[in-house]
Design a protein around this ligand. Structure first.
Ligand code: GTP
Length: 350
């Protein structure tokens, strides 16, 4: 089976981190995030992954390489301009890289949903496209998919539903099995949205949805990126990460004996945490420095960020690559610090 993974978005909600690194190449706990997706696909019979890239394709290739040992091979296709969520699939097909049936996935999902069951359902119904559907607790904040519960035929979509309209809890999980014939619905050479321009035209003409239980998380916001990290550490999502409990501290990170690292924390290679500092519910990407007595809570520190002695960061702060927070500064809740910015006074939320 082949899979096209859409990784060409700008990742605006994860700025400033995505100003210096594409979202799929960002580390999540112990590996580049996208590696979790490739591993998941490999477990469900995918032998070849095509990464549909736009922005910073070379960074992604540098992070992931051309194959995963024992897993799928990986190709990278670069778009001349952003082609949306359907256009890249047509572009990949035009290059002769796709067979009769393949998977298409959004490239910002951490999941263990059963893609084997999805492929089986697709084959049984003879669908043109089968959407993976995932039940959510609060359906009011999502676009919902209505389906006939007996046949699995998709009946329609509900965008931003009013409370009285909600009669399902199922959303599209951003993973589809697609027949080659669906490509005829994708015009060549312009941005096309699969959700707005392709799916609606297939309602009643071969669009199916299969509900899959398990774990699913779009990691595209700082809050969800952090939650996904804890879910890997705690084994809430099935991965091959050895979740024996506690924080993830890379072998190449240095932590002073008197520092406190709470169980929900990730310290990537080259991070240093000084005496008496405290790290809670936070991720320190490569090469961060946290000075003595500093406190970091509920935040993400980009690569090589420096937090001065006795400074406090968070909750909800995101510090860009190479930014510096001076000693004793208190960054307020939700602060965003740009790459290489130097903060010498208090910052308010944005
Ligand atoms: P935000 O800017 O924070 O909304 O994130 P995003 O850029 O990832 O956008 P969104 O979450 O809506 O995109 C869903 C998926 O489609 C992501 O995996 C994106 O990488 C991908 N995607 C969005 N637009 C394009 C595009 O023009 N080309 C390609 N190849 N992928 C895209």
């Amino acid at each position: 089976m082949q899979a096209v993974v859409l990784v060409g978005g700008k990742g605006t909600r994860l700025r400033p981190l995505t100003l210096t690194q594409p979202k799929p190449a960002m580390a999540l706990v112990d590996r580049p995030f996208i590696r979790y997706m490739v591993d998941w696909l490999g477990h469900h019979g995918v032998g070849e992954v095509v990464m549909a890239c736009g922005f910073r394709a070379e960074d992604l290739r540098a992070a992931l390489g051309d194959e995963v040992p024992g897993g799928p091979s990986i190709r990278y296709i670069e778009e001349p301009e952003p082609l949306g969520t359907a256009g890249p699939v047509r572009l990949v097909a035009e290059q002769g890289l796709l067979g009769e049936r393949f998977l298409v996935l959004n490239g910002d999902v951490l999941s263990d949903l059963d893609l084997t069951a999805l492929q089986r359902a697709h084959a049984e119904t003879g669908a043109v496209i089968t959407l993976a559907l995932y039940p959510v607790e609060d359906p009011s904040s999502y676009g919902l998919v209505r389906r006939d519960r007996t046949s699995d035929r998709v009946l329609g979509f509900l965008e931003k539903p009013e409370p009285g309209q909600i009669d399902t809890d199922e959303i599209s999980a951003g993973a589809y099995v697609v027949e080659r014939s669906a490509l005829d619905l994708i015009p060549l050479g312009r941005a096309v949205s699969i959700e707005r321009e392709v799916f609606p035209r297939l309602v009643g003409h071969g669009l199916y949805g299969r509900r899959l239980d398990g774990y699913w998380m779009d990691i595209g916001t700082p809050e969800r990126y952090l939650q996904a990290s804890w879910d890997i550490l705690e084994g809430t999502v099935r991965t091959d990460f050895d979740h024996t409990g506690g924080p993830y501290v890379d072998d190449d990170a240095e932590v002073a004996a008197t520092a406190t690292i709470e169980p929900r924390a990730v310290l990537r290679a080259g991070s240093r945490v000084g005496a008496g500092a405290a790290i809670a519910e936070s991720v320190l990407l490569e090469g961060c420095r946290v000075g003595a007595g500093a406190r970091v809570r509920g935040s993400i520190l980009g690569p090589r960020a420096e937090i001065g002695e006795r400074a406090t960061v968070g909750p909800g702060a995101v510090v860009g690559r190479g930014a510096r927070i001076a000693p004793r500064v208190a960054l307020s809740e939700g602060a965003r610090v740009q790459p290489d910015e130097v903060i010498e006074g208090e910052v308010t939320a944005v």
